[in-house]
Design a protein. Structure first.
Length: 184
């Protein structure tokens, strides 16, 4: 179900297509001020953010954003006891529509902020746009890929292409960080 939602993905990946190192966390080598600024400006205009439990923007005002945290720990939907703007959502137990309604978001743009399983789930639902930044000088051998298919050697660009998205716009965020907007 996409219903009244525009779905946008946001990821920064290393040259080898990873969003985190082998321990599962984003290393400082993958954090760039220009990319963070682009990402946070995008989040300021969306209705809600969806991500896994390890993926979030880590900003002082993060708790003020309406969000869905995808998890297998909840049977379907449950309010997050630690954050009044957050719902825990298990896609196996509730639909995206149910999750959005429970979180008080019935229309608008939904920003997908990772991790791998979350990015992959929304490939099936369908992205309107996916903003893929690439840190061309960073390598994270044995790291965590953007999409599940990366575990089998497929690049994020190939996965997006296979999902029917096409590169539409590109820019440089930093000397060695490119950003390509992929669109349906």
């Amino acid at each position: 179900m996409r219903g009244p939602f525009r779905i946008e993905g946001y990821a920064i990946a290393s040259a080898d297509g990873m969003i985190a190192d082998a321990s599962g966390f984003m290393p400082d080598s993958l954090k760039f001020e220009a990319d963070q600024r682009f990402f946070l400006e995008a989040l300021d205009r969306v209705a809600m953010v969806a991500h896994g439990r390890l993926s979030h923007e880590c900003q002082p005002d993060s708790h003020t954003r309406r969000r869905l945290i995808l998890t297998r720990r909840a049977p379907d939907l449950a309010p997050d006891p630690d954050s009044p703007n957050t719902w825990l959502w298990n896609p196996a137990g509730a639909t995206l529509e149910d999750a959005c309604v429970a979180a008080g978001c019935e229309a608008g743009t939904l920003a997908i902020a990772g991790g791998t399983e979350v990015f992959s789930l929304f490939l099936k639902i369908g992205y309107d746009d996916f903003y893929l930044a690439r840190a061309l000088e960073v390598r994270l051998p044995g790291g965590v890929p953007v999409f599940s298919q990366g575990r089998f050697g497929q690049s994020p660009e190939d996965v997006l292409r296979d999902a029917g998205l096409k590169p539409a716009e590109s820019q440089w965020l930093h000397d060695d960080v490119s950003l390509i907007k992929w669109t349906a």
